[in-house]
Design a binder for this molecule. Sequence first.
Ligand code: NAP
Length: 255
Amino acid sequence: MTAVAATRIAIVTGASSGIGAATARGLAAAGYRVVLTARRKDRIEALAAELTDAGHDALAYALDVTDREAVDTFATAFKKIAVLVNNAGGALGADSIATGDPADWRQMYETNVIGTLNVTQALLPALTASGDGTVVVLSSTAGHGTYEGGGGYVAAKHAEHVLAETLRLEIVGTPVRVIEIAPGMVKTDGFALNRFGGDADKAAKVYAGVAEPLTADDVADTITWAVTRPPHVNIDLLVVRPRAQASNTKVHREL
Ligand code: NAP
């Protein structure tokens, strides 16, 4: 990839589906040059082509956020970027602490926490050089409270929340703000299906009887709103849930 010079560049990780894809659309519509990254190259290329055909400026770059060498190579293409959306992540399993698989825990930590660390570290110089940078961390309400069966995902999302909060303290005084968006229940194609290893019945039960879970577009709208506030306005943390969900453990279901 050749070096990209413009300052209004927004990089979105995990842009191949769900919230990340919707966010890429939202930021493109808001006038950013969007760079879509994820492992599934075909999907991000298709979305970049769709956005380009619609008159936006978009390009795709296949990237595994857990691969630090690849992340560092990717980052060398950018001298200045305006926005980084750390969205790549997800859950594996809904086992109790007594029975959870350590391999799932490790993978969730690698993707949600180390992945966010890798990309943020690699792009912080370009965010700072832009003179007005924004780091978005897509945590979850699972980063702010626990629930039975949440186990490793709750632990990883708590760590991601702490990463955002600590980074904000450490870089205050630089022209970079840190925004954490913590969604509750969002019905996306991938999240629950991946969590339950492709078991569609188990995935469907997550949303059973819930009138209107959030959509990827709802969350993308929230992210785009937060990112497009004036530079001195920092939305530290925004928790967004569907009306039917009062907490991680209190969900109204019409069954
Ligand atoms: P999704 O549709 O499964 O999207 C997950 C995205 O992460 C995909 O684009 C996937 O792309 C990418 N990804 C996963 N591992 C990656 C890796 N190692 N390197 C690069 N990209 C990777 O799920 P979603 O619901 O949109 O979730 C997006 C984010 O929101 C996640 O961080 C999730 O934890 C968070 N969240 C979701 C919910 C919810 O209820 N859905 C609620 C709160 C927070 P590839 O597979 O192509 O790499």
